[in-house]
Design a protein around this ligand. Structure first.
Ligand code: MLT
Ligand code: ZN
Length: 469
């Protein structure tokens, strides 16, 4: 699309949707084109709809004016699910941010897609309720984005992931029609499970306008434990020991000693140079059950070789430990000129050996590899740190990542436990999804979005790739 055509599209969007909902300045377009993947060019315009009617109008305009649409929540996707480029209009759903209902009797919340995950969590807490999914980004990421990417997070080992809490979805499809599936019933087995299909579809099947989410009663009490290990794989052994002791914590988060040092530096705290790895454990339940589980977990951690396993001294320390955990991603960005972050999952028994094999691949290529993440679910964030100014660094990182994919796939794992495919993992996804399954996925996309206006080229490798395989 040339500059004159782009101007015509912008003018037509303003005419149809009004100045309040259409943003066209170069700065705003640039900001809205980027997500945490840092893969973007420059979109055509940004539409910030105030309601579902404007989303429908946008999809119809896409057909008539010849552009494609990239749905966006807060733009925290590390894989490029919300990255936009030339000829694309970003639909930023952050204005549709109403919590429509929090119902203690039905154990259900109804929200618009732009509500922050943390805002719903806080609102539920006030009502004695609990929305368990807790991505590390919960304070800044939106529920629409969480559902679109099938976000995981810190409490998945006990409570499951976002997918397990989505009861209903209302969305605008690629032809501008409305699909309203699921609802407030906590169980339903009628027809194909289209709700589940929409979760993790990365905006390629529909643009969410309303979500119905399952809630739980708020646990009475939660206790945070911290265990330090001299060995780099000590935290994984500690996580195994806690589960083997019959305790199911709501969080089991491991990090390399190197990662703990990077976070300490980021937060202006002193690092422990002897630390091999650290495990954060959080148990919950009624007061007695949480206290008993904490005792049993501490005993298991000590028996597994923890040099220092203890309860957080008070709420302030608990808050500090979790703030540190949530700061890892930004802290690592600051610690290295560049990083690639992979989000790998393996069967639990393979976690320690998979991470060791990936680190060995990094050593062979001269690439610094650090790991942290959800040890309870064996879903680790393995980061590859490098300096792009060094000759050959990017190629060495690419080879190491390729080797990491070999390791997880050979172990029966997955190339993405919770961040999705986006743009960044399309090639890797082709290694995991069989040609037969890919063909079905392309057919599904075609049913939901026959003219391919919704987030094209994301989440599922394209037909051309399929033919080439
Ligand atoms: C996390 O667990 O911290 C998140 O998934 C974010 C990340 O590592 O990029
Ligand atoms: Zn994570």
């Amino acid at each position: 699309m040339d500059a004159a055509a782009a101007d015509r599209v912008r003018a037509a969007l303003v005419e149809r949707l009004g100045r309040e909902s259409v943003v066209v300045s170069p700065e705003d377009r640039r900001l809205a084109s980027a997500d945490a993947s840092r893969m973007f060019t420059d979109c055509l315009a940004v539409v910030r709809p105030k309601d579902e009617g404007e989303v429908v109008a946008l999809v119809k305009a896409a057909h008539e004016l010849g552009f494609t649409i990239v749905p966006r929540g807060a733009g925290t996707s590390p894989t490029g699910s919300a990255a936009a480029g030339a000829g694309q209009v970003v639909v930023d759903l952050s204005r549709m941010d109403r919590i429509l209902a929090v119902d203690a009797r039905d154990l259900v919340a109804e929200v618009e897609p732009g509500v922050l995950c943390g805002a719903l969590q806080a609102r539920c807490e006030e009502a004695g309720l609990f929305y368990p999914p807790d991505p590390a980004s919960s304070r800044v990421s939106t529920l629409g984005g969480n559902v679109a990417t099938g976000a995981g997070g810190l409490r998945a080992v006990k409570y499951g992931v976002t997918r397990d809490y989505v009861l209903g979805v209302r969305a605008v499809l690629g032809d501008g029609s409305i699909l309203d599936v699921g609802g407030r019933a906590l169980k339903s087995v009628v027809g194909y499970d289209l709700v589940r299909l929409m979760v993790g579809s990365e905006g390629t099947l529909g643009i969410f306008t309303k979500l119905t989410l399952k809630l739980l009663p708020k646990p009475e009490s939660a206790e945070t434990l911290v265990a330090d290990f001299a060995a780099v794989d000590g935290a994984y052994r500690g996580a195994d020991a806690v589960l083997a002791a019959g305790v199911l914590p709501r969080a089991l988060e491991a990090m390399d000693g190197e990662v703990a040092a990077i976070v300490a530096d980021y937060l202006g705290e002193a690092a422990d140079p002897t630390l091999g790895s650290r495990l954060l454990v959080e148990v919950d339940g009624d007061r007695e059950a949480a206290a008993r589980d904490a005792d049993r977990a501490l005993a298991a951690l000590k028996a597994a070789g923890a040099t220092n396993a203890r309860r957080a001294a008070d709420p302030a320390e608990r808050e500090k430990l979790w703030r540190g955990r949530r700061s890892i991603s930004p802290a690592v960005y600051r610690a290295s000129p560049a990083k690639k972050s992979e989000d790998l999952g393996v069967p639990r028994s393979k976690l320690g050996e998979a991470v060791a094999a990936i680190k060995a691949a990094g050593r062979a290529e001269g690439v610094r590899v650090i790991a942290y993440g959800h040890a309870g679910d064996a879903n680790l964030h393995v980061n590859f740190l490098y300096d792009p100014a060094q000759s050959g660094a990017k190629e060495r990182v690419a080879r190491t990542i390729d080797r990491a994919m070999d390791v997880v796939l050979a172990a029966g794992g997955t190339i993405s436990g919770e961040h999705g495919v986006g743009l960044k993992k399309l090639a890797a996804a082709r290694r995991e999804i069989s040609p037969a399954a890919l063909a079905i996925m392309r057919g599904v996309k075609n049913l939901f979005d026959p003219r391919g206006v919704l987030n094209p080229g994301k989440a599922v490798p394209a037909e051309e790739d399929l033919c080439a395989s």
